[in-house]
Design a protein around this ligand. Sequence first.
Ligand code: HEM
Length: 224
Amino acid sequence: MENLEIQPKSVKMTHLSWPIIWWTLMFALAYSVIRYHLMGGVPWKDFPFFILNKAISLSALILLAINFTLGPLKNLGVGISNRWMKSRRLVGIVGFIQVFIHVFMSFILFKPAIYPKYFEEAGTITLMVGLSLLGGVLGFVFLWMYNVSFNSNFRNDKDLLKFITSRKVLLIAMLFTGGHLFFIGINGWLNPAGWHGGMPPISLVGFTFFLVGYIINLAGRKDK
Ligand code: HEM
């Protein structure tokens, strides 16, 4: 790192994306391991997929919240350095890639044997899970639209491009994602006695990041 300090032109020094991404992932991993394996007694054999899916989804949510909250925070007068501001793009892209991984992993895992609480006896999903998955799918689609807009020939359609990159799309995507977390988690949130080691469920940790980020956005976003 020291070497990079004396090279002002180095791209690496102009942003903090990788440390932000790394420490966010480490936090999400540590939280998941402590809550589910150490406090909750989930067998370690479930780490590589079931628990990793939770950690990746939490990491994705925090990265997306960082991506869309730094600008509004700065507008509100909070001193955010340029290195943080310049990290937003890569942090958002990696957040989106992690959502992608979460979606793939969730599709593979989504069975009554793995998530008995999400299914009724007849094998159909509960209302809350249906609402949650609807939020997840719509959140994912809007996030996708937002990402794709930077790379495709949507560029030729000025109005569409203006809408998709206005970041309103990101706000819509995050709102659906908030719904996804609310409906999947609300029953567990209301039962603190069942929280492993007193630690809130990952859906609630994620929802808190979403809510704080969203409020900051509503207060500080300029292109409303
Ligand atoms: C097609 C879209 C999606 C599907 C099918 C989906 C599926 C799921 C499933 C099945 C769970 C429960 C996981 C568990 O209890 O272990 C879950 C939780 C979660 N999802 Fe999604 N999801 C989608 C989109 C998203 C998006 C866009 C985000 C944004 C980052 C997201 C973030 C989360 C988080 C943070 C949790 C909480 C994990 C937990 O409580 O353990 N999901 N999702």
